[in-house]
Ligand binder design. Structure first.
Ligand code: CA
Length: 234
């Protein structure tokens, strides 16, 4: 089995190199880029399985890199920030990052998160032969096992969380979920964030699957209650 590839984009070299050492010890193949431009070119060259991305970077900002990656891939993105308020900002921007860590952080905690995201990503992107679950809802085809979503046969790239929100909807058509329910079901009670994250994710999903995101036909807002997916089934 070839090694899983990780790209670290971080202009503070001591941090990048320290994290690299920890990840090399875990058997990953690790690449580093010390500015945003280099980060993007390495991303296209290496095609990593996971990216660790600092927010404040010279030349191209981390937020822009996250947007670029997420427009064409579902790989896990872990963002690093020097300030908690930046994390609030990136969550509200809905860049599709999977995780966030504030500096200073413990490298072993970061490694633990990398492992968890890798595990989840590979488990879900590897189709299980005995369990090919595919859901067809109108223009959408959702492959539950490998996180693949097609809209009129075109691939739609969603972050893992966006996929999990969409999966909740398509597997429970016409059922109304409150934002609290969605947050608890998809993020879990102990996760960082709050129910506003749900609103941001639904906005992003609508932008990707709805013809007119301002007048959604699939994920409808049920005023004062929450959301429901309009579809076939119970
Ligand atoms: Ca930085």
């Amino acid at each position: 089995m070839s090694k899983e590839k990780i790209l670290i984009v971080e202009d503070e070299r001591e941090i990048a190199d320290l994290v690299k050492d920890y990840l090399l010890d875990e058997g990953y193949e690790v690449f580093t880029a010390y500015d945003g431009e280099e980060g993007l070119s390495q991303y296209h060259r290496i095609k990593p399985d996971l990216v660790i991305l600092d927010i404040m970077l010279p030349k191209v900002e981390g937020t822009e890199i996250a947007r670029t990656i997420r427009s064409k891939s579902s790989i896990p993105i872990i963002m690093l920030s020097a300030k908690t308020k930046d994390i609030d900002k990136i969550i509200s921007l809905g860049l599709g990052a999977d995780d966030y860590m504030t500096k200073p952080f413990s490298p072993s905690e970061l490694v633990a998160r990398v492992k968890a995201h890798m595990r989840r990503y590979f488990l879900l992107s590897k189709p299980k032969l005995d369990d090919k679950e595919v859901i067809y809802q109108g223009r959408l085809t959702v492959h539950l096992n490998n996180y693949q979503v097609l809209l009129d046969d075109e691939v739609v790239y969603l972050s893992a969380r966006e996929f999990e929100v969409l999966r909740l909807f398509v597997t429970n058509p016409n059922q109304v979920f409150s934002r609290e329910q969605i947050f608890n079901l998809v993020w879990g009670f102990n996760e960082y964030g709050d129910i506003n994250t749900v609103t941001v994710h639904i906005k992003k999903i609508r932008e990707k699957i709805e013809k007119n995101p301002a007048d959604p036909q699939m994920i409808k807002t049920v005023w004062g209650v929450g959301y429901k997916f309009v579809g076939e089934g119970s």
